[in-house]
Design a binder for this molecule. Structure first.
Ligand SMILES: [Zn+2]
Length: 495
């Protein structure tokens, strides 16, 4: 047999089609350019049914309905959308929930529910054609999934009622946890972006320049298609960062859901605790699965394996805090509120006392959070005590010390309290909080040294770098600080 070795020069992408022997070795597939086709909806429905019917480790929605939902009618009938109060329904039905970015500077979406529309809208009917594109597309997807009801915050919460908002906020974890499917409109920065039209082409064009038939070193036969790469779009080995992945609120909407259908800029992606699927593009890239319990997957088969392995573990709290604080909030006072669903679920799995985002049992470790260098911001108005990461706007990381490295803890907690602003939201905003602790103190001074600040003390030969949580309004932090009193929380063995 003649063997030819090809070297390909130039800019080219490659993909294999599903089903060929070689497709298990090539992770790119042709991009699906029609997320609104009936074939794509059938695929999405199949993923949902596979999860619902066969995944024993995936969580299941319980018999629960939100206060209000949209009745979106049934597929193949003309679209008619009505806001219904669930207590008026005869029984509990499945519903989908929408996760999206409002954007638009906090402006309400057209036809958002207010006291006036709630009282006066005839038969609670909405004008489908006049809804923002993201909401319209979510209604279409819900109908194609054969789900009759849909929850959308802007339409199901009375937007000008603080009481209704507070009541519904407390229910948010239940609403996402019990949705048959969470539909994430990931691709647009506002509710006008829609989900079913992809604005950005993939980095790899699915047009075939030419094909190479052959077999790889392991004897697997197949065809690799070479295709043009669009300039300006770099190759991605990970899922693209979409507007929803930068928004604080969507993190808990994703983490608390049973299963999520993500309409992204380059692919449609299904994620549950047991599997990840896409409608094309790069199928190897994976996303954080929903749920606070992490399942160990078979390494050989990766996250696309349907066979999770034993030893599930709770996600580390500091990892959640790190991911959350990277995200943006329109209203900075929502810092703890938009994380309250995760806190409440975490507390069911690992009961603890929460002190404005810090777990009392892990106080020593979690007090050692610090802002990411180069991303420090001025201190915002009070929304949490200064020892809580929720008191700053910057992304934070917990200490690089691992718990095992801390070999002496001098801190002794005497008392701690945090007062929630609204008693029905115990993990939401706090109006006050304090820690009373006992620990060694040490006198020192902070001196500028080039781009760093050094903490100097007479008794220490090692001068550590001092970092600040915030910067001054003018962006600077200069000068020296004499006679600083340091509160020694813990120490590690010097190398
Ligand atoms: Zn599943």
């Amino acid at each position: 047999m003649e063997t030819r070795i090809y070297e390909v020069f130039g800019v080219a992408g490659h993909y294999a089609k599903d089903g060929s022997d070689i497709s298990t070795w090539i992770s790119s597939r042709p991009q699906n350019v029609r997320p609104d086709s009936s074939a794509t909806f059938r695929l999405a429905r199949k993923w949902m049914e596979t999860c619902s019917n066969t995944h024993s480790v995936c969580s299941r929605p319980e018999k629960f309905m939100p206060t209000r939902v949209l009745d979106v009618g049934v597929q193949h009938m003309p679209i008619s959308v009505r806001l219904v109060t669930c207590s008026d329904l005869q029984e509990t039905y499945s519903y989908a929930a929408l996760s999206y970015v409002w954007g638009s500077g906090g402006r309400l979406p057209r036809q958002a529910t207010t006291w006036a529309t709630f009282r006066e809208r005839p038969k609670m009917k909405l004008d489908f054609s006049n809804l923002p594109a993201t909401l319209r597309d979510a209604i279409i997807v819900t109908r194609c999934l054969k789900i009759r009801y849909l929850w959308v915050d802007a339409l199901c919460i009375i937007q000008d009622s603080p009481e209704d908002k507070t009541y519904e906020l407390a229910k948010m974890p239940e609403i996402y946890k019990n949705a048959q499917m969470t539909i994430t409109a990931a691709l647009g920065p506002t509710f006008e972006a829609g989900s079913l039209t992809r604005p950005k082409p993939s980095h790899v064009d699915s047009t075939t320049l030419f094909k190479i038939h052959g077999r790889n070193l392991f004897g697997r036969h197949g065809t690799v298609h070479l295709s043009p790469i669009r300039l300006g779009n770099t190759f991605r080995s990970s899922v693209p960062v979409e507007p929803t992945s930068m928004r604080a609120w969507t993190m808990q909407e994703h983490m608390l859901s049973c299963r999520v259908l993500i309409y992204g800029s380059q692919q449609l992606r299904f994620v549950c605790r047991s599997m990840q699927r896409t409608d094309g593009g790069n199928i190897a890239a994976s996303l954080e699965a929903p749920g606070l319990i992490r399942l160990k997957h078979d390494k050989k088969n990766g996250p696309n394996s349907d066979k999770p392995l034993k030893a599930p573990s709770l996600l580390p709290w500091d990892k959640l805090v790190k991911e959350y604080t990277k995200r943006n909030l329109t209203n900075p006072e929502d810092k703890l509120v938009a994380f309250a669903g995760i806190t409440s679920e975490y507390n069911k799995l690992a009961p603890d006392t929460y002190l404005a985002g810090i777990r009392r049992s892990q106080l020593v470790h979690e007090l050692m959070w610090r802002c990411v260098a180069g991303d420090r911001k001025p201190r915002p108005e009070y929304r949490a005590p200064s020892w809580s990461w929720a008191s700053v706007d910057s992304p934070v990381i917990c200490s690089s010390f691992h718990r095992g490295d801390i070999n002496s803890t001098t801190l002794r907690l005497i008392s701690a309290f945090c007062e929630p602003k609204i008693p029905s939201l115990p993990y939401g905003e706090v109006s006050a909080g304090a820690l009373t602790c006992e620990a060694y103190t040490q006198r020192a001074s902070i001196t500028a040294s080039g781009r760093h600040f050094l903490l100097r003390s007479d008794s220490s030969k090692v001068w550590p770098v001092a970092t600040f949580d915030t910067i001054l309004e003018d962006g600077a932090l200069e000068g020296t600080f004499q006679n600083v009193v340091c509160f020694v929380v813990s120490s590690t063995k010097p190398n």
